[in-house]
Ligand binder design. Structure first.
Ligand code: SF4
Ligand code: MSK
Length: 670
């Protein structure tokens, strides 16, 4: 494939050009080398779940229509989809499990360097878990909360406790369908069991289990990760920072932290400010030690500490190719194995830190709850020692954009910003949606991938169009990082919003594009949606809200699990690729149409960004119509009878403490 090295994101393109000129392979070269990729696999028609296979089904009807065991296209595609969801759920949830274990260790005084930061959040979670807080020490409460969280993974009976945070009507939908998630490990295990040879062979039954498994992610493992991380490291608040490759410092020792769990990155950041290590750093001639983040670790560090964001998933190679990285410390998920080979062309050391995620050829410094601070120091010292090996002739740090960002818009922040410290509530947001200043809310989340060349900025195009149409955008993960780099996450960007949205942003002083965290933090969006439904005026279930979810450039299984838990929670969710089950039109139709009548949410798969914009707007307007909040007020000359009727209505609504016209919808539903 012929690639152009000029266009949008010139910084990344310049670095890719340098790699190419030096004969260094990138993920884009590997992507090209993989073409044409397996057509069966792309559309969900390849099964290799047993040794009689791999089996393919010919989508054109010219070849086999069943696998050796007799599995048809629907079964094969649905099983393929369920395994995606199960793998994504496992990834988020295993992350959540580590955080629960760390919380217990901290509470027991066994984790040096960590502490409990947000006791308010601890009390909130304790309430959901029925943990008594009366006359108890913080450590006692934290230990029991940690134990309860850990029990969510393997308990023999009962369902996920965080599901009780959903609106009552949503909980009833799940109960009726018997998809309220049970133990997280059970749902993942059952997914693997059902999708093996000779077990579940009814695509609808399989997809309903994908719903339940995904809910064990969003309202289980992922939510545990987010909430317990907030307890340990602090619930993010609006914080300023900078984003893009230009945050890498030419005259300092650069350490990149990459992956997902803040356990490692927090300790490396703490160690980097150790006076003794700073002294050692300066002795090498460097001006200091600089930490920057890549991928979702970047989001965690940026929103809690303002530590700069170097780039999103597909920029990890470009960051190394600046030639100015002494150490890239990684933990879990979204770390390319190609980094190790790439690092050998520079002086960069790749350091793995998790026992679950080693890379052949990379250095391994294992971080656990007990040794994290000491190991963090070891990593920093390794970077200091490596600094003299930097080859200045290979250093190229793009001097282009280095964007300011304001991040940290959790559901708590949104509530406080809109409602004020003493009356924190979603009421103003709901009111502004009802009066039409804000048409609705879109969650634009998820990955970036090496499928799209850097000159494509799909999230930027989408988000720009949505805010221009007065749709408030909430972002997480690498999608958020793309928009952060493009300077869209500052209050000044409100100038690009439609009049209504701009008016609200001006009044509150917030950007029209809100950064809500990493990919595991999509659970924050579920809570925001629940609060909006609970606040009243926008229906009484998440599926009634004028909201939509979008992920354009998805690559990880986690993204599909997130999409499925949004759908299962009642949200219309659009992915910017062809359907991963396109080879089985009945399964595709069930996901994209049938599910709406069952769970209230549905999928769409649409690679054209302009069409995605239209899908979001049309859906939001459809929901507004259904809520009756799109009624255009006609000018009316009131006669006396009309006035008397209006007075009577106003009196009635004043007695109910409500505004005219929205009396019923203002009442809290549960
Ligand atoms: Fe083929 Fe059936 Fe085995 Fe899949 S489970 S590989 S379709 S025989
Ligand atoms: S890192 S899962 S590319 S968002 Fe969370 Fe980014 Fe997607 Fe990985």
């Amino acid at each position: 494939m012929t690639r152009k090295f000029e266009g949008a994101d010139q910084e990344s393109l310049d670095l890719l050009k340098k790699m190419k000129d030096r004969g260094i392979e990138s993920s884009y070269d590997r992507y090209d080398a993989q073409q044409p990729q397996c057509g069966y696999g792309k559309i969900g028609l390849c099964c290799r779940h047993c040794q009689m296979g791999p089996c393919n089904v010919d989508p054109f009807g010219r070849g086999p229509q069943r696998g050796v065991c007799g599995a048809d296209a629907n079964t094969i595609a649905a099983r393929h989809f369920v395994r995606y969801v199960a793998a994504g759920t496992a990834a988020h949830s295993d992350h959540g499990r580590s955080v629960a274990q760390l919380l217990i260790a901290v509470a027991r005084g066994e984790a040096k360097g960590y502490r409990i930061t947000d006791t308010k959040k601890l009390f909130e979670v304790a309430k959901v878990f029925d943990v008594s807080t009366k006359d108890r020490k913080i450590e006692e409460i934290a230990e029991e909360v940690g134990e309860m969280a850990l029990a969510e993974f393997g308990k023999a009976y009962g369902t996920q406790r965080f599901t009780t945070r959903a609106p009552i009507n949503r909980q009833k939908v799940w109960e009726k369908l018997d998809i309220t998630p049970r133990a997280i490990d059970r749902e993942v295990t059952e997914s693997m069991h059902r999708t093996g040879m000779g077990t579940d062979q009814d695509y609808k039954n399989l997809i309903m289990h994908a719903c339940r498994t995904s809910l064990a992610d969003g309202w289980g493992g992922a939510m545990i990760a987010t909430e317990l991380q907030d307890i340990l490291f602090g619930t993010p608040k609006p914080t300023r920072g900078t984003a893009n490759l230009g945050v890498i410092k030419e005259d300092e020792i650069n350490i990149l932290v990459h992956g997902h769990e803040p356990q490692m990155s927090e300790m490396v950041a703490v160690a980097a400010s150790d006076p003794e290590l700073l002294k050692e750093a300066r002795a090498t001639g460097a001006k200091g030690i600089s930490i920057a983040g890549v991928c979702c670790t970047a989001a965690e560090m940026l929103m809690r500490h303002g530590i700069p964001l170097a780039g999103h998933m597909k920029m990890q190679e470009m960051a190394i190719a600046t030639g100015a990285i002494e150490v890239m410390a990684v933990d879990i998920q979204c770390v390319m194995q190609g980094n190790e080979e790439l690092s050998r062309h520079y002086h960069t050391k790749i350091v793995t830190t998790s026992s679950k995620a080693k890379i052949a050829g990379a250095e391994h410094i294992e971080i656990n709850d007990e040794n994290a601070y000491e190991k963090g120091k070891e990593i920093v010292r390794m970077a200091i020692k490596n600094y003299p090996n930097r080859d200045k002739s290979k250093v190229y740090i793009p001097k282009g954009k280095k964007s300011d960002v304001v991040v940290g818009f959790t559901h708590e922040t949104i509530k406080y910003m809109l409602g004020g410290k003493f009356r924190a509530s979603y009421r103003p947001l709901n009111d502004n949606i009802m009066n039409g200043r804000i048409r609705g809310v879109a969650g634009v989340v998820g990955c970036t991938s090496s499928i799209s060349w850097p000159d494509q900025l799909p999230y930027m195009d989408l988000v720009s169009a949505l805010i221009a149409n007065n749709i408030l955008v909430v972002q997480t993960g690498c999608a958020a990082a793309e928009c952060a780099r493009e300077g869209m996450m500052v209050p000044e960007f409100m100038d690009k919003a439609g009049d209504g949205l701009r008016e609200v942003c001006e009044a509150v002083g917030m950007p029209p594009v809100l950064h809500a965290g990493s990919c595991v933090d999509n659970s924050r969006i579920l809570i925001s949606c629940s609060e909006m439904a609970r606040e009243g005026g926008l229906g009484n279930d998440i599926s009634d809200l004028p909201v939509a979810g979008v992920c354009l450039d998805w690559m990880h299984e986690k993204a599909l699990a997130i999409g499925q838990y949004f759908v299962s929670s009642g949200v219309f969710t659009i992915f910017g690729t062809k359907s991963p089950v396109a080879g089985a039109p009945e399964v595709d139709k069930f996901l994209c149409e049938g599910l709406e009548n069952i769970v209230g949410g549905k999928w769409a798969f649409e690679p054209d960004v302009n069409k995605v914009v239209k899908l979001v707007i049309d859906h939001i307007e459809k929901k507004r119509d259904a809520l009756g909040i799109n009624v255009k007020k006609e000018r009316k000359l009131y006669d006396m009878a009309d006035r008397r009727a209006l007075d009577a209505e106003n009196l009635k609504t004043a007695q109910a403490g409500c505004e005219p016209g929205i009396a019923h919808s203002h009442q809290k539903k549960d």
